[in-house]
Design a protein around this ligand. Sequence first.
Ligand code: FPP
Length: 241
Amino acid sequence: MHLAIIMDGNGRWASGRGLGRTEGHRRGVEVAREMVRACGDRGIEALTLYTWSRANFQRPVGEVTAIMRLLEWFVGECRAELLERGVRVRAIGDLDLVPTFARRPLERLIEETAARPAKMTLQLAIAYAARRDVAEAARALAAQCRAGMILPEEIDEAAVRAELATSALPDPDLVIRTGGERRLSDFLLLEAAYAELWFSELLWPAFTVDELDRALDDYRGRQRRYGKTPEQTQDARAQGG
Ligand code: FPP
């Protein structure tokens, strides 16, 4: 199973306690770490965390720097545990926008974990924007056409999917968004076409393993029909499809 999470509500959690927004992000990283552990314990094969969008770079420079420091902290602090737990780390998004002090350790961790057998993949979306990723895929396919490697009529859904930054992982099965808002905010727009969506009222720093389990239980109870009728879906399930 591939679970993707939009971790929203750090700022509101902090201001509700009279704290600065950075405190919310600090607590948010702790919760992210707990969720990586919990997902590993539950046999979830892939977890994508929406850590920072391209649009988030428009925030005040102090907040951007604080998040980048937290990313650096996360990589340094969790490295040994991630290796021990067999977590393969990947990143999607424009890492060139990430300052060197955070990017280098992350790149090293990605390399280090890529070389080992993995039980779970942790995909961090950083400086990520789904529409931009689609535009880049289109550009790559256009370049392949110009180079005579493929014909325009050969471009199908699979060809587009293969050029997305997420191509190494299957589509997300479930997308959780915390913080009470009900939108995708430019996150995995094509990949989540058939994902189940689950919205939690809890702000991310207050998100718990119990709430994760509620989302997973709810997901297991839903019937995914991919455009078919309920009867067709049941038949397919009965046949193991
Ligand atoms: C949304 O809260 C949260 C973010 C934009 C950043 C999410 C980042 C983390 C949880 C920490 C980094 C995680 C790792 C794994 C390094 P918001 O600030 O938009 O909250 P608000 O909607 O209440 O203002």
